[in-house]
Design a protein around this ligand. Structure first.
Ligand code: NAD
Length: 505
């Protein structure tokens, strides 16, 4: 079924002619150049050609943004607003994101190379849903009264942290922003956020829409620029109360240092993954399982933190599964992300493509066998395209089974027993997501309990929806969760108010 929201390629090309990209920093309610006047080039990954010159912020811009956010936090223009009013503004914002979904989706496709079917059909609707979901909670969360002794009253309430910093990755630019901004703003914080430098553009437009929705100036500030400069300045800023980071485990570690070496701001980390997909020997619906396996690893070009990059499959069904997967790949055309038929666009950058192809070489050298893909394609477009790649005969100690590739590369590993499957699945430093396929309810429950991962999907690939928390075990992060009401916890402080009552006269 075709989605009527998705424009044809010719329509998108006409839209491009009219598109006005926002390329300045967004501070205190308006767009402005970086203090140093510098800019950097954002490139369209489908063509390799420059797309926009974006303001290159620096530490001075972070200072300005934090000062604006601090003023907005201190005078209570947001935190002390009637929660119903806060909710109404955020819902207006979500509605504007939805109403402008075609423009925002196009920006995301041009900037990140993500297929238009995903950006217009999923990313922008999900971004709006996320903001709306958290907004709805703003006037529905109650504090508690503790069972304190006679003659006392003790209340337990949640208060906003104050000013929150957020640093996000390039794979879901708008959605990752919403996962932070939704709960942080709904709970009354002000925010300074840095998008990844290759994907700044959708967030700048989304921020502008926030002002249109009535968000007071200074509540949301966007500073674009390089991670090692702007990201570090945010991480080390002495006047931020919390820091929400999504990105690689390597950079996540740095944020702990930044916090420890500055003001001990609390740090929430959502990091990388090397997620297993377990297929047990009793499955019979091979086509359905193969379709789910493909979604888990190839969706978003495999540039997905929860990508199911290790297929741990029972020896008895491995060949049937690989046959079904081979047939399923006919449904995964790679190409121009503006074409609604495209399922895989380019890698985000030349560097990322080289990294992925480098892992393919390592896999071959270590003795795994390429079943399909494994080479750059569509080079004539100037874009950085890698097709779905499947490695068979992988051992779990090989580099391609241990390190996060963050591309469309699946490693197939065989097992014989349930215990072996669970041991293989858990033999990774990561613990973000996992899937398992079986017809046996006992196996499903036992294995789901034994997997060390923040999300276990049974007979499907899923990260859950807005109602469920998302976050990892082990090197996949800690300190909080995205999505669901649990996401409100990390953006609030718990306050006890203890009142001694006078004796009755
Ligand atoms: P990255 O860690 O390279 O960059 C993330 C952000 O940190 C970017 O904004 C970047 O500019 C900034 N940054 C880079 N170096 C920095 C430094 N020295 N100091 C401060 N900030 C710095 O990650 P990426 O390549 O943008 O994204 C891919 C990674 O993100 C993968 O590891 C993926 O698994 C992870 N990810 C995790 C989740 C999750 O929810 N767990 C979701 C999406 C992506």
């Amino acid at each position: 079924m075709t989605n009527p929201l998705i424009p044809a390629a010719a329509e998108s090309r006409a839209d491009i002619e009219r598109l006005r990209l926002r390329t300045q920093l967004f501070i205190d309610g308006s767009l402005r150049d970086a203090a140093g006047g510098e800019r950097f080039t954002s490139v369209n990954p489908a063509t390799g050609k420059p797309l926009a010159e974006v303001a290159k912020g620096g530490p001075a811009d972070v200072d300005t943004a934090v000062a604006a956010a601090r003023r907005a936090a201190d005078d209570g223009r947001w935190s002390r607003l009637d929660p119903a009013e806060r909710k109404a503004i955020l819902i207006r914002w979500a509605n504007l994101i939805e109403a402008n979904g075609r423009e925002l989706g196009l920006i995301e496709t041009l900037d990140a190379g993500k297929p238009i079917t995903d950006t217009v059909g999923l990313d922008m609707p999900e971004t709006a849903t996320c903001i709306r979901w958290h907004a709805e909670a703003a006037d529905k969360l109650y504090g508690q009264v503790a069972p304190s002794p006679e003659g006392t009253v003790a209340t337990i309430t949640r208060e906003p942290l104050g000013v929150v910093g957020a640093v996000i990755p390039w794979n879901y630019p708008a959605q990752m922003a919403a996962w932070k901004l939704g709960p942080a703003l709904a709970t009354g914080n002000t925010v300074v956020i840095k998008p990844a430098s290759n994907t700044s553009l959708s967030l700048l437009r989304i921020a502008e829409l926030a002002t249109e929705a009535g968000l007071p100036d200074g509540v949301l500030n966007v500073v674009t620029g390089p991670g090692e400069v702007v990201g570090e300045a945010i991480g080390r800023h002495p006047d931020l109360d919390g820091l929400a980071f999504t990105g690689s485990t390597e950079v996540g570690r740095r944020f702990l240092h930044y916090s420890a070496e500055s003001n001990l701001k609390r740090v929430m980390l959502e990091l990388g993954g090397k997620s297993p997909q377990l297929v047990f020997g009793d499955v019979t619906d091979f086509e359905q399982v193969a379709e789910n396996i493909a979604i888990a690893i190839f969706w978003n070009m495999g540039e997905n933190c929860s990508a199911g990059s290790r297929l741990i499959v029972h020896r008895a069904v491995k060949d049937r599964i690989l046959e079904a997967l081979d047939a399923e790949l006919d449904n995964w055309p790679v190409g121009d992300p503006l074409d609604p038929a495209t399922k895989l666009g380019p890698m985000i950058s030349r560097g990322q493509m080289d990294k992925v192809l480098g892992y393919v070489d390592i896999g071959k050298r270590e003795g795994a066998r390429v079943v399909c893909g494994g080479e750059r394609i569509l080079e004539e477009t100037g874009g950085w395209f890698v097709p779905p790649t499947v490695f068979d005969h992988v051992r779990n100690d090989m580099t391609i089974a241990r390190e996060e590739i963050f591309g469309p590369v699946l490693s197939v590993i065989e097992f014989d027993t349930e215990a072996e499957a669970v041991a293989l699945a858990n033999d990774t430093p990561y613990g973000l997501a996992s899937s398992l396929y079986t017809r046996d309810l006992n196996v499903a429950h036992r294995v789901a309990r034994n997997l060390q991962a923040g999300v276990v999907a049974v007979n499907c690939y899923s990260e859950g929806d807005m109602t469920t928390p998302f976050g990892g075990y082990k090197l996949s992060g800690f300190g909080g969760h995205d999505k669901s009401i649990h996401a409100h916890d990390q953006y609030t402080e718990t306050k006890t108010i203890w009142i001694q009552l006078d004796q009755a006269k």
